[in-house]
Ligand binder design. Sequence first.
Ligand code: RRO
Length: 338
Amino acid sequence: MTGDVTLRPAREETPLSFVDMSTSLAAFHAPNPVFTASGCAAAGRELAQFFDQSDLGGIVTKSIMLEARSGRPTPRMAETPSGMLNSIGLQGPGIAAFLEHDLPWLADRGARAVVSIAGSSIDEYVALAAKLRGQPGLAMLEVNISCPNVEDRGQVFACDPRAAARVIAAVRQKATPTVPVFAKLSPDVTDIVAVAEAVMRAGADGLSMINTLLGMVIDPDTMRPLLAGVTGGLSGPAIRPVAVRCVWQVHRAMPDVPILGMGGIRTGLDALEFVLAGASAVSVGTSVFSDPSAPVRVLRELQQALGERGFDSLSDAIGYAHRPADAVVPPDPRGDDA
Ligand code: RRO
């Protein structure tokens, strides 16, 4: 989508309905590109009083494991400059309860459910994919191979291209063939493109990026690590430039691979950065803790921002920042459009 887009003269007061916001993540077609982010609103119910679950492109659920799990000891959240650390440790009800209560709840509301799965072995991922096979309301699988809050860093499959590829190949084989399988990648690697290429070769249909970065806070009063789990995942605006860089690098290497981008998105302009870098859709995560309506606001603001820049459709903007530096400059949004 880079370089050959003709922008119409931009207007400041563009009607929102003017810009076609529909998007595709492989075989999953969504009416708009703004999703929730895994881990920030359980299975979506927590946000139901703030917006209609079907208004977003998709609801991405907290990573689910085979068994119920209480997670790591507390404290497991800490504030950081422009962000937060979490050390939740995959707390959740387990797949049986999820299938009984959560997925039907989302399906009843017309939500497009993107179910995040996590395992501590390939067999566990495969068992989860099998249980989700054929479930109504399931739009896509997000395979979380990058949770930073596990005891054994060897379980962070996304840190090793071969381990990541093995998980994805096994899930792809077991999952419903028509349901896209996206691999969720970690930024805590030397070469994210190598991991992205490995999972795509293994059969992934697209990529979610990025998960949180491994971080740590020491309490100056106790002079001990603040989190009981010692380390945690850093999220929020602090990580946005890292996330945009990852999306940029992977889109540059594989421009046809659909990317669901996330990391510190708070506004429509933040979301626009991800789209211009190459994301076909975005997830809004940490900002829902301070503004639970953030995803619908971000959607509105993104549509407005695209219209103001002369785009007729979201798809024209995907990867637009990769066009050559001497490409035609978009019309000045403040200028006369005559
Ligand atoms: O549950 C968590 O602690 C967690 C997960 Br599964 C993840 O993927 N990313 C994160 O920051 N925390």
